[in-house]
Write a protein that binds this ligand. Sequence first.
Ligand SMILES: *Cc1c(COP(=O)(O)O)cnc(C)c1O
Length: 417
Amino acid sequence: MSAMFTADEAAEILDATLRGETPDERGRFGPFGGRYVPETLVPAFQRLEEGIRRYLHEEAFQQELQRELREWVGRPTALTFAAQLSKSWGAEVWLKREDLAHTGAHKINNAIGQALLAKRLGAKRVIAETGAGQHGVASAAACARVGLPCSVYMGVVDMERQAPNVDRMRRLGAEVVAVETGDKTLRAAIDEALRAWVTDPQGIYYLLGSAVGAHPYPYLVRELQSVIGRESRQQMLDQAGGLPDVAFACVGGGSNAIGLFYPLLGDDIELIGVEAGGTGDGLGENAATLATGTPGVLQGAYTIILQDDDGQVQETHSISAGLDYSGVGPEHALLQAIGRVRYVSARDDEALEALEELCVSEGILTALETAHAYAAARKYAQLNPGKRILICNSGRGDKDMSTLTEYAARTERHAGA
Ligand SMILES: *Cc1c(COP(=O)(O)O)cnc(C)c1O
């Protein structure tokens, strides 16, 4: 991918990005992004695009959003100096605490923003997709808050694996729609949600959960998640006395990462996205899309995806459900292509080890997704001593307790055998 642009072209694209010119009016981030959807869906996407243009940056809407972020989500979230981690890594480590946001992760920033938008657009009900259930829970909570009925599409395989989240969504008043088609997981859930949207594009609002999909979702989700980077930037100046040398975020679809990175693109800060390296480098063993994928169209956008030589989308593996996705947001594909953000991966076992270290040294049980960012940051600190490091602590790990227990039991059995 490094050969895609000359240095001059890359610098020009970054300048355009800093001027706020990405995506362009066709929803393109350089060659990536766009809108590849069936004819039947075009009016729904156009309506949404118009609604965003009209309301998202309007003063009354922004005031309402800021109030909800402050009083209901609990923003600004803290910036925490990690004293023990800093000492053992030989670095200065700062954590942006999205785990302290309502419902336990950054996902709520996007969910409440879109729920308020749905209300403005006059939608009668909201639909959402979910894989592991985290976005479903955030959507259910946000819809309850703004007073809109919510249906969450979820594959039956995921419903079984994530039963506690199904319960949480129902308690928050959402209907959980069991998806029996396709792979019966996230990809099928998105397809079914889109099918439902077509039946009533005026009355239904589709609340998508990451910076992926057809235009305008990658743009909309970035705008709503950029609060992470804006707050971090100001808090680093206030608390650390300066900006970080380097910032890390884990990348599934890429929403917490773009939220942290976008407001920092113009600063002299090295930006590193961390994907799931799974159990190894083989096809199907990881979800390291940007590291090993190739360009193609997935769920409405031209981006980097994991596919075989025939263009069949590959199954992925990660210990963290939130990173287990065969695509990535198109803006990340561009940021990699112009060399502004570097994308690396961390394996399952490295993430687990980092999670344990963070628990005992800072008293923070982080999400398995987030643990990948720590694993990469730790490696970086070893190679580059004395750096000021910012890590997006995207969510809390309570949801992962059963996975952690299972994994511990499995490795004990291996050790015993
Ligand atoms: C869902 C999730 C992620 C991955 O999603 P992105 O859109 O890549 O941010 C990361 N961390 C946590 C805690 C999550 O719940």
